[in-house]
Design a protein around this ligand. Structure first.
Ligand code: THU
Length: 160
């Protein structure tokens, strides 16, 4: 028996304005996407922007449903849209941002487990890490350098 520990590397930025220029552009696109999110139940509007190796930016936002589990998160809408439109393109970065009509979100909104699993699929497929940046409306931004850092012990194609 041996107790072991995981270390998860990540980078923090003290505010959105400290981000590199290309990421600021993605934040702008993700914020634009927030304006068309459909979140009448949670009032929690999420936007995501994916940067592809060909320079294209593909966005997505959350889409809710009266049958709650039938709704979908912004990250999966964005990555599936990117994968369906540009199936052979490497995904370089994804940015996630939020606006709630109920309160100001002042801490980074981390992707849910199902979104991590979905994003990891494409990282494994392309054999290249995807950088992920997540943030609130204000406050710090967290950058993870790879989906595998966010989802250790993941289930992937190697099992099948
Ligand atoms: N949501 C996302 O779109 N992404 C996340 O990372 C967390 C949660 C959405 C799902 C739902 O529409 C609303 O936020 C509240 O959970």
């Amino acid at each position: 028996m041996k107790e072991q520990h995981l270390k998860t590397p990540f980078t923090t930025y003290s505010s959105q304005s400290e981000l590199p220029e290309d990421v600021i552009r993605l934040v702008e696109k993700a914020k634009e996407a927030i304006s068309t999110a459909y979140a009448p139940y949670s009032h929690f509007h999420v936007g995501a922007a994916v940067l592809l190796a060909n320079g294209k930016i593909v966005v997505g936002n959350n889409q809710e449903n009266a049958a709650y589990p039938s709704g979908m998160c912004a990250e999966r809408v964005a990555i599936w849209s990117a994968a369906s439109r540009y199936p052979d393109e490497i995904v370089k970065k994804i940015v996630i941002t939020v606006k709630s009509s109920l309160k100001q979100v002042n801490k980074p909104v981390a992707p849910c487990g199902a979104c991590r699993q979905t994003l990891l699929e494409y990282e494994v497929k392309q054999k290249e890490p995807i950088e992920i940046y997540f943030m609130g409306e204000t406050g710090i931004v967290i950058q993870s350098h790879s989906l595998s850092d966010l989802l250790p012990f993941a289930f992937d194609q190697s099992y099948l």
